[in-house]
Ligand binder design. Structure first.
Ligand SMILES: *[C@@H]1O[C@H](CO)[C@@H](O)[C@H](O)[C@H]1NC(C)=O
Ligand SMILES: *[C@@H]1O[C@H](CO)[C@@H](O)[C@H](O)[C@H]1NC(C)=O
Ligand SMILES: *[C@@H]1O[C@H](CO)[C@@H](O)[C@H](O)[C@H]1NC(C)=O
Ligand SMILES: *[C@@H]1O[C@H](CO)[C@@H](O)[C@H](O)[C@H]1NC(C)=O
Ligand SMILES: *[C@@H]1O[C@H](CO)[C@@H](O)[C@H](O)[C@H]1NC(C)=O
Ligand SMILES: *[C@@H]1O[C@H](CO)[C@@H](O)[C@H](O)[C@H]1NC(C)=O
Ligand SMILES: *[C@@H]1O[C@H](CO)[C@@H](O)[C@H](O)[C@H]1NC(C)=O
Ligand SMILES: *[C@@H]1O[C@H](CO)[C@@H](O)[C@H](O)[C@H]1NC(C)=O
Length: 248
């Protein structure tokens, strides 16, 4: 009787252990989506210098969900976040990131990424925050009109040219300051009434400030200095206490 009870207890302990083992190693045994893995490997391939060994864990013996900077949805092992800000990375941003269809947050700010912002990022329907500030990105900004969940777009501190990009409704923060942008403020921007912060200091944006901007109920921060704007600003904007203070 006693022996049987002990045996049952041992069995329970064994079962608990094996359950535990399955839980612990699930991200190693569930392959996840190979498209995600291949997209990340392509991204790694377009990095030419990694002085802090930030990508040392990006190897075959480690599941991609455990690679530094990568976060996955635990249920499906799909990549939701890629956070490699301020790692001294030199290289280009691979267009393969456009295949990370579950990506919500992409943080690559304050590195030395050059080349263009891949147009494929504009296909990421679930993208909420894109942070590419303080790199040396060149060329035109692709359209983000189809990124219907995008809330924050941070592209300040690069060498981007051309005009305002296409922006989705629902956007809250747009930082374009300290680039080489030109052209005028597009009238379509007036439809993005959710804007809380808009910055394009230190560019060559010209023309006047559309009066539709008076209809931005949420606007709290506006940075428009050192651009070539002319004419009068809508009174509602002049009333903003934080006017011209928002980020370079
Ligand atoms: C992997 O993801 C891609 C793109 O989201 C999708 O088309 C494909 O069906 C997925 N494959 C598997 C095995 O889930
Ligand atoms: C692979 O990455 C792991 C960390 O996740 C590290 O401990 C291991 O040394 C790496 N292997 C190689 C061959 O670099
Ligand atoms: C995205 O995935 C598709 C199919 O899975 C592949 O053909 C294509 O080359 C990938 N695109 C990039 C930019 O990696
Ligand atoms: C980008 O650089 C500016 C100016 O040096 C700095 O104020 C800002 O904090 C930086 N942003 C990021 C995300 O590192
Ligand atoms: C945006 O989505 C529409 C409808 O699906 C499509 O026709 C268009 O090509 C997309 N634009 C971009 C830039 O991806
Ligand atoms: C800004 O862009 C113009 C072309 O639009 C180019 O001639 C100029 O060199 C650029 N300036 C900087 C500082 O990149
Ligand atoms: C703003 O949105 C309205 C309603 O969707 C549309 O009719 C109008 O063309 C848009 N304005 C601009 C300038 O895009
Ligand atoms: C701007 O502020 C003044 C004085 O505080 C106020 O009378 C006016 O109604 C405000 N205008 C708008 C458009 O908010």
């Amino acid at each position: 009787m006693k022996a049987a009870a002990t045996g049952r207890l041992l069995l329970l302990v064994l079962m608990a252990c094996s359950l535990h083992a399955v839980t612990c190693s699930s991200s190693n045994t569930t392959p996840g989506n190979q498209t995600d893995r291949l997209s990340l490997l392509e991204f790694k391939n377009s990095i030419s210098l990694d002085p802090q060994q930030a990508l040392a864990s990006w190897n075959d013996s480690t599941h991609f969900c455990n690679w530094e900077g990568v976060t996955c949805r635990t249920t499906s092992n799909r990549v939701t976040n890629l956070d490699l800000g301020n790692r001294g990375l030199v290289g280009q941003i691979s267009p393969s990131l456009g295949n990370l269809t579950f990506l919500k947050h992409l943080f690559l700010a304050t590195n030395r990424f050059s080349g263009q912002i891949p147009a494929s990022l504009g296909q990421l329907h679930r993208l909420q925050i894109l942070y590419l500030s303080n790199n040396t990105l060149h060329g035109f900004i692709p359209t983000f009109e189809n990124c219907s969940n995008l809330e924050e777009l941070w592209l300040n501190g690069n060498n981007l040219i051309g005009g305002f990009p296409g922006l989705p409704l629902g956007l809250k923060h747009v930082a374009l300051g300290s680039n080489n942008l030109s052209g005028t403020i597009p009238p379509s921007l007036a439809n993005v009434t959710t804007l809380k912060g808009l910055g394009f200091n230190y560019n060559h944006i010209e023309g006047n400030f559309p009066h539709e901007f008076a209809n931005f109920p949420e606007l709290q921060f506006l940075g428009a200095s050192a651009s070539n704007l002319v004419g009068s600003f809508p009174q509602a904007i002049l009333n903003l206490s934080t006017f011209v203070t928002w980020p370079r």
